[in-house]
Design a binder for this molecule. Structure first.
Ligand code: CA
Length: 229
């Protein structure tokens, strides 16, 4: 049974969310304090976290950041203010989804199910065969060769698309520039490994909120790059 952690200080809301999720077959634990919530998130084997923003003890921004350092599980962030949602997106904390209160519990259940399914596909062995890759705010349609970032389509050149797709299909795997060059460019093509650096830079400009602090394609100094999930 999939386990969900709700970190939410408004008990009535947390209880309602719990009831609906349990009716849909999920096992649910609630934490009403931010700091306790973070501890539970890091200690427990949860499959998804519903995280409120304004919390006693520690706020949702910080909790999200800490969880992301350790775990890849889906996080749905919740706030009463639309402004906060924009701020969360802007900070690139790596939340998978955002909901503005009040929302219907059935909408939460639908989103939870969608994220669980996506996450299971992503970590599952069938990932390579999927035509659609979705990682946080990025959606890559391999068949149509289109990339949607936070709802907006971005134009990619052929090689940029190939490179992004290759990295996204092998999440958390560190590749050297040489490996990427061999993989994406033909052996006899003109260019060298500096081409990889240039293409990574262009991809980051399209997918990262802040290219200087990349949330997706990380530079592993002295080694190469990896797509962080
Ligand atoms: Ca709150």
């Amino acid at each position: 049974m999939s386990k969900i952690l709700i970190i939410e200080d408004e008990e009535a809301i947390a209880d309602l969310e719990k009831d609906y999720l349990e009716l849909s077959g999920f096992e649910v634990q609630i934490c009403n304090q931010g700091d306790e919530g973070l501890k539970a998130a890091l200690a427990g084997e949860f499959d998804l976290i519903v995280l409120d923003l304004m919390l006693p003890g520690m706020d949702g921004f910080e909790i999200c950041r800490h969880i992301r350092e350790e775990k890849n599980i889906p996080i749905i962030m919740v706030s009463a203010r639309k402004d906060d949602i924009d701020k969360i997106r802007g900070l690139g904390l790596g939340a998978d989804d955002y909901m503005t209160k009040p929302f219907s519990p059935s909408e939460l259940v639908a989103r939870v199910k969608a994220h669980m399914a996506r996450y299971n596909r992503l970590v599952g062995s069938n990932q390579k065969n999927n035509d659609i890759i979705e990682i946080r705010g990025i959606r890559i349609d391999k068949t149509a060769r289109r990339v949607i970032v936070d709802g907006t389509e971005k134009a990619f050149t052929g090689k940029e698309f190939d490179l992004l797709t290759f990295l996204a299909e092998h999440p958390n795997h560190v590749y050297t520039k040489e490996e990427l060059f061999r993989e994406i460019w033909d052996m006899d093509s003109i260019g060298d490994i500096a081409t990889v650096t240039v293409h990574i830079k262009k991809i980051r400009e399209k997918i990262e909120y802040d290219s200087a602090k990349p949330q997706y394609i990380e530079t592993i100094w002295g080694v190469g790059y990896r797509f962080k999930v």
